[in-house]
Design a protein around this ligand. Structure first.
Ligand code: GLC
Ligand code: CA
Length: 522
C-alpha cells in the first residue's frame, strides 16, 4: 500500500556482529552466526538490518578502524559467507545495510603504512601531515574524541598526523582526489555485491584541507555537570569548522549520492552526523539537502543519560519542525555507543520490572510511530538492561579504558546476545568464554525464549510492527501533527490522505493508545 520509498519509513534492526551469534566456538560473533538468526529478526517484523563493521581490522576500535574496506575480517568469516548472508536476508524480504567508515582508517591500513614512511611516497598526502611548531608542539589545540590531542607524532616524517578518534585511526585527507576515488571504489564494491545501502560512520568528522590550523575556542556552554561527556576534554572546545563539519564533506555526500543513484532498487545512504551543544538537527538538515544523503541518523534521542518526557517532547518537536513531510531522518534510542535505553531513559520513574518492560515497549512504539526511519539496536526488542558490572580487566572499549573509573565507555551495551537461558553461555557460543562476558541479568530475557513467550516485549513489539504496516497514516505518508499532551504524555497525529491516527504515549501509566480520529468532528 505504500507510496513511500522503503527507506522513508523503514524499521532497521542494528546488529553488532561481534556480539550477535558465534558459529565457530571462538567466543566472537560472526557472519554465519547472523545468518543462522535471520528468522528471529524477520519474525520481529522489521524491514532491514544494519550490520556494524565486519571488515579487516586490528579491532582497536572494534571494527571502526578498518585496514581493508573490501574484505571480511577472518574472525567474522569470509566474503562468501557475506554473499550467503545477503542472499538469505533478501530471501526473507529484508534489506541489508552495512557501515562504511569514510573519515578515518586503521593505522595498519596499507594506505597509512605507506604514507607514514616518508614525505615523498605516493601516498604521502593521503592523510593530514603537519610540521611541528618551533617548540615541537602540534600546530593547534585540537583534541581527539577519545581523549588527548588529535595529533600524534610520526618520527620518520618528523611530523604530526591528525586523528579525531584514537591515534590508531588516522584521518583520511578528503582533499586528495586519490582518497576520494578510493572511497568511491569501496561504495561500488559493496553495492555491486548487492547491499541496499550504507550507514556512513561519523561523516561530520571527514577532513579536507585544515589549514591554517586555527585553535578551537573554549565551549562557553561547557559546565562540569554529571554527564560522562563532562569528564572529557573534547567537549570543552567549540569545534572549528576545519575540524568538524567542514564544507568539503558535502562533496563527499554528493559524490556518494551520485554513485547510489546509478544502482537500481533505491539504495540508501544514512549518515551519522553531529555538532556541538546538541546541534544535531540543524546539521542533519544540511547533510540531507537534495542531492546529498537520503537521511541522517539523528543524535537527539541518544543522549547518554537519557531524556525525561519534556526533553523527549522537545527533541521530537524539533525534528518534526525540520523534517515533517520527509523521510530524511532516522531515529534511534540506542546503539553500540550508548547505554541501553531500558536502563537509561526516564530513570526518575523508578519502575517495577514489569513496568520497565512496558516502558521499553512504549519507547519502541514511540520511535517507530515517528516520521522517517528508525533503528532498533539488538536486544532492545527484549528490553535488556545495560550491563554495569563488567570488571576492569574484562573491559574492552578503549574509550572506557582511557577514562576509567569516571567513565566506563561502551562495553555496557555491547555484551553478547543470549538466546536460550537453558544453554551454556546463553547459547551465544559453544566456547567457555566470550570476548565480553555474558550478562547474567540478560538470561531471563534470552532472545529465543522471549520470541516464544506471549507477553514478552519481543512479541508485543512484533505485533505492533505488523499492525503498523497496515496503517496508511504510518506507511503511506510522513506527516505528523504538533506534539501535545500533559507533562507525562506525548500525543501527536500521523496523517495520510485516508487516515488520521492519534498516537498517545502515557508515561504515567506506561501505556500507549492509537485511535483513528476525524478532524472537524466534535
Ligand atoms: C562512530 C561509531 C563509533 C566509533 C566512532 C569512530 O561514532 O558509532 O562506534 O567509535 O564512530 O569511528
Ligand atoms: Ca566466531
Amino acid at each position: 500500500m505504500s507510496s513511500l520509498k522503503w527507506w522513508e519509513n523503514a524499521v532497521i534492526y542494528q546488529i553488532y556482529p561481534r556480539s550477535f551469534q558465534d558459529s565457530n566456538s571462538d567466543g566472537i560473533g560472526d557472519l554465519n552466526g547472523i545468518t543462522s538468526r535471520l528468522d528471529y529478526i524477520a519474525n520481529l517484523g522489521v524491514d532491514a538490518i544494519w550490520i556494524s563493521p565486519f571488515f579487516m581490522s586490528p579491532q582497536y576500535d572494534f571494527g571502526y578502524d578498518v585496514s581493508n574496506y573490501c574484505d571480511v575480517n577472518p574472525e567474522y568469516g569470509s566474503l562468501s559467507d557475506f554473499d550467503r548472508l545477503i542472499e538469505e536476508t533478501h530471501n526473507l524480504n529484508l534489506r541489508l545495510l552495512i557501515d562504511i567508515v569514510p573519515a578515518h582508517c586503521s593505522f595498519l591500513h596499507p594506505w597509512f603504512e605507506e604514507s607514514r614512511k616518508s614525505k615523498d611516497n605516493p601516498k604521502s598526502n593521503w592523510f593530514h601531515w603537519v610540521d611541528p611548531k618551533p617548540d615541537g608542539c602540534p600546530p593547534n589545540n585540537w583534541l581527539s574524541f577519545f581523549g588527548g590531542p588529535a595529533w600524534s607524532w610520526e618520527p620518520r616524517r618528523q611530523q604530526y598526523y591528525l586523528h579525531n578518534f584514537l591515534p590508531q585511526q588516522p584521518n583520511l585527507n578528503y582533499a586528495n582526489h586519490e582518497v576520494q576515488d578510493a572511497l568511491n571504489k569501496v561504495a561500488r564494491f559493496w553495492f555491486d555485491r548487492g547491499v541496499d545501502g550504507f550507514r556512513l560512520d561519523a561523516v561530520h568528522t571527514i577532513n579536507g584541507d585544515c589549514e591554517p590550523y586555527k585553535d578551537n575556542l573554549p565551549n562557553p556552554n561547557f559546565n562540569l555537570g554529571n554527564l560522562p561527556q563532562d569528564r572529557q576534554p573534547f567537549f570543552r572546545q567549540l569545534h572549528d569548522i576545519a575540524q568538524l563539519n567542514q564544507p568539503v564533506i558535502q562533496e563527499f555526500t554528493k559524490t556518494f549520492r551520485k554513485i547510489a543513484n546509478k544502482y537500481d532498487g533505491d539504495r540508501f545512504l544514512m549518515g551519522e552526523v553531529d555538532g556541538d551543544n546538541g546541534n544535531a538537527t540543524n546539521i542533519s538538515k544540511i547533510f540531507s539537502e537534495p542531492g546529498r544523503l537520503h537521511a541522517t541518523y539523528n543524535f537527539d534521542l541518544l543522549k547518554w543519560t537519557g531524556l525525561n518526557v519534556s526533553e523527549l517532547k522537545n527533541a521530537i518537536s524539533n525534528a518534526r519542525e525540520a523534517f515533517n513531510g520527509t523521510g530524511r531522518l532516522c531515529f534511534a534510542f540506542s546503539n553500540h555507543d550508548v547505554p541501553r535505553s531500558a536502563t537509561r531513559q526516564l530513570s526518575p520513574l523508578e519502575l517495577t520490572s514489569e513496568k520497565q518492560d512496558n516502558l521499553q515497549l512504549l519507547l519502541l512504539q514511540l520511535q517507530t510511530s515517528l516520521i522517517g526511519s528508525s533503528c532498533v539496536y539488538q536486544g532492545e526488542e527484549l528490553g535488556l538492561p545495560d550491563v554495569s558490572d563488567i570488571q576492569f580487566d574484562k573491559m574492552k572499549d578503549p574509550w572506557g579504558l582511557n577514562f576509567y573509573p569516571e567513565f566506563r565507555g561502551r562495553d555496557t551495551c555491547r555484551t553478547p546476545m543470549v538466546w536460550e537461558k537453558s544453554k551454556p553461555m546463553g547459547g551465544f557460543t559453544a566456547a567457555n568464554e566470550s570476548w565480553l562476558p555474558i550478562a547474567t541479568s540478560h538470561l531471563e530475557k534470552a532472545g529465543l525464549d522471549m520470541a516464544r513467550c506471549e507477553n514478552s516485549v519481543y512479541q508485543k513489539f512484533s505485533n505492533f510492527l505488523k499492525w503498523r504496516k497496515k496503517q496508511p497514516a504510518m506507511v503511506t505518508a510522513n506527516i505528523m501533527s504538533h506534539v501535545s499532551g500533559g507533562p507525562k504524555e506525548i500525543i501527536f497525529d500521523r496523517i495520510s490522505e485516508t487516515q488520521i491516527l492519534r498516537c498517545k504515549f502515557d508515561f504515567e501509566l506506561v501505556k500507549s493508545t492509537f485511535s483513528e480520529v476525524t478532524y472537524g468532528a466534535s
